[in-house]
Ligand binder design. Structure first.
Ligand code: SF4
Length: 234
């Protein structure tokens, strides 16, 4: 209930503001406690660009699962070079990864949904918890058009479990608008986006989609679920 009251206040405060103004407001309200988590997908790159060119004091963090595409590291490198900003990296706890891979092999996630969830928990969810520790505002590149599941979300939310606000600056943007903005502003983006990969995660769990296919269908395609999430955004 307290979270809902706070959320209504913040929603009113940000309503009608540009993305830049909203990000500045969050940085002012929560100094040192606002963070963008990036997977270097094109949406995250647009937000990173807006934070950097406007010099907004919002931390940028990423989760390195150890299974990312080489192309993703290339964008990571291009981004720190272009904007000259630090990006804080969170790796999984090595003993958990060692135990899982030693016991189940490097592709355990293909064998059962329990294994897949375990891998995502170890490689993503636990490191995310550390990335968000002490934070009050979490900025993310989620768009409503990415999946039916995400259409149920709102552009700003309060996460009771994590006790923080979640703000999605590009919530109403289409993929085409994001791409157009990135190209126009010469924002480095993952070359895989030009090869049919619209949502880019870990290399073994992501594939390109065909025109007309659901946006998230390239993620964990072997699972029969309409909720293609890894546990980061519940
Ligand atoms: Fe593991 Fe695949 Fe989840 Fe990456 S996306 S953490 S490899 S199950």
């Amino acid at each position: 209930m307290a979270g809902e009251i706070k959320l209504n206040g913040l929603r009113l405060l940000l309503k009608g503001k540009t993305i830049e103004e909203s990000l500045k407001t969050l940085a002012t309200l929560y100094p040192g406690e606002a963070v963008l988590t990036t997977s270097f997908g094109i949406e995250d790159q647009v937000i990173t660009h807006l934070i950097c060119v406007n010099e907004i004091p919002i931390e940028i963090a990423t989760l390195d699962t150890g299974r990312l595409f080489p192309e993703t590291y290339k964008v990571f490198n291009e981004t720190i070079k272009k904007y000259n900003v630090p990006i804080k990296v969170f790796f999984p706890e090595h003993d958990s990864v060692e135990e899982m891979v030693s016991n189940k092999g490097p592709y355990s996630f293909y064998y059962s949904s329990e294994n897949r969830i375990e891998c995502c928990r170890i490689r993503k969810v636990e490191p995310l918890g550390r990335a968000l520790k002490g934070k009050s505002a979490w900025i993310s590149g989620i768009r409503s058009g990415q999946s039916d599941n995400r259409q149920q979300m709102e552009w700003i939310e309060f996460d009771d479990r994590k006790n923080l606000f979640k703000y999605y600056p590009l919530f109403d943007w289409s993929y085409e608008e994001v791409k157009e903005f990135a190209v126009k502003n010469k924002i480095p983006y993952n070359i895989l986006h030009d090869r049919g990969f619209v949502s880019i995660g870990c290399e073994p769990c992501t594939r390109a989609i065909k025109p007309g296919e659901d946006f998230r269908s390239g993620r964990w395609w072997w699972e029969n679920s309409d909720k293609k999430e890894c546990g980061l955004h519940k």
